[in-house]
Design a protein. Structure first.
Length: 111
């Protein structure tokens, strides 16, 4: 531990409460897992839209995967922006579920 931290704390070791550790783990989970769900929903919807615009399915899928990687990066980084982890979970997981459901529903309409 650096001398500056020890001096500010009166020589005591810095400690992290269990509640703070749980909040931090929840925020990381929201960013990683919620971001993945968001990117998955985006990829599904983008594949459907690309195919609907006339791209061959394989090209629409590859394009959606490439864009999905960038969306995942942005969603993961955004997961640390909201004031609460609940907001991050709601937007990321909820948005991913909404986009995935929309892609599924649209694909059922066209088949």
């Amino acid at each position: 531990m650096s001398a500056n931290v020890m001096a500010r704390n009166g020589g005591a070791k810095a400690s992290v409460s269990r509640a703070q550790a749980v909040r931090t783990a929840n925020r990381f989970a929201a960013a990683i897992l919620g971001g993945y769900l968001f990117a998955y929903g985006f990829t599904a919807l983008a594949t459907f839209i690309g195919f609907g615009l006339g791209l061959p399915f394989s090209e629409a899928q590859v394009l959606a995967w490439m864009l999905g990687a960038l969306v995942y990066l942005g969603a993961m980084l955004w997961g640390f922006v909201p004031r609460t982890a609940a907001t991050a979970w709601a937007v990321l997981a909820g948005g991913g579920a909404a986009m995935g459901s929309a892609a599924w529903a649209l694909s059922r309409l066209t088949v």
